[in-house]
Design a protein around this ligand. Sequence first.
Ligand code: NAD
Length: 259
Amino acid sequence: MPTNHSPRKRTAVVTGGGRNTGLGIAHTLAATGAHVIVNDLVLDRAEAGAASIRDAGGSASALQFDITSHEDVVAAMERVRREIGTVDILVNNAGLPSGSQMLPFLDTPRHDWSPYIDVNLYGSLNMMHALLPGMVDQGWGRVIQISSSAGSAAHRGLGGTFYGASKAGIEGAVRHIATEVGPAGITVNTLALGLMEKLREPIESKSSPLLDSLWADNIMARIGTGEDVGAACAWLCSDAGEFVTGQTIHLNGGAYAGR
Ligand SMILES: NC(=O)c1ccc[n+]([C@@H]2O[C@H](COP(=O)([O-])OP(=O)(O)OC[C@H]3O[C@@H](n4cnc5c(N)ncnc54)[C@H](O)[C@@H]3O)[C@@H](O)[C@H]2O)c1
């Protein structure tokens, strides 16, 4: 975990920060002056992500661990506390377990029910449980949970029962946790995303009727980027965002507003 960190900077951890949405968030937080710890399950991704931030003039280090392992999370966050200090900002971005696929509920055997719940619910809770005590002790902290519109709306044809359940579950937990840590100066919010950059190719090639119908709901007629999400994170982490907590904010180009 090599670091060019200065002690005066805020420290942020972005889970699943090695690519796509998480990497955009990590870059945006680094541009606000934070030292960003780029976590990923895949070491090369975490290292490349942190290197790209340093190349852009920011401060970043890489840290590989699996957020679904409570033991690994505790060990990794203890190492961060020793080597860097208290983490001020947590972005729980990792939310798509590698290798899993979304299937209709009735086609999903019992042994395939866990991956989305493990990463979105238990993974995010592992991170919050490890980092909130330090934030409480210092009297300041920001937690941002990345969710999906699938947490509050069903999408016909998505096969998103477990994905939606895990996102809805963590959104509920965020509201409760916000009530417990708010008096200590910590805000905890959810950003629920819509169609993101990763889906640009199938949207543009109109290869998926499901994406086509989701795209038709997008008022702004533009795909979301990691930097869009990063900008919302930066606002929530700024002084201007300090009165916002326990909320789910939808960041989806206005999808569903017209319904
Ligand atoms: N892509 C979209 O259109 C979209 C839409 C709505 C919401 N979201 C949400 O945005 C977030 C990021 O999505 P994305 O499309 O950028 O994902 P992605 O799969 O492209 O990248 C996520 C990263 O997380 C890492 N990761 C996965 N499991 C992990 C674990 N257990 N521990 C540590 N790292 C892990 C992966 O290795 C990967 O590098 C997710 O929470 C997702 O649910 C995405």
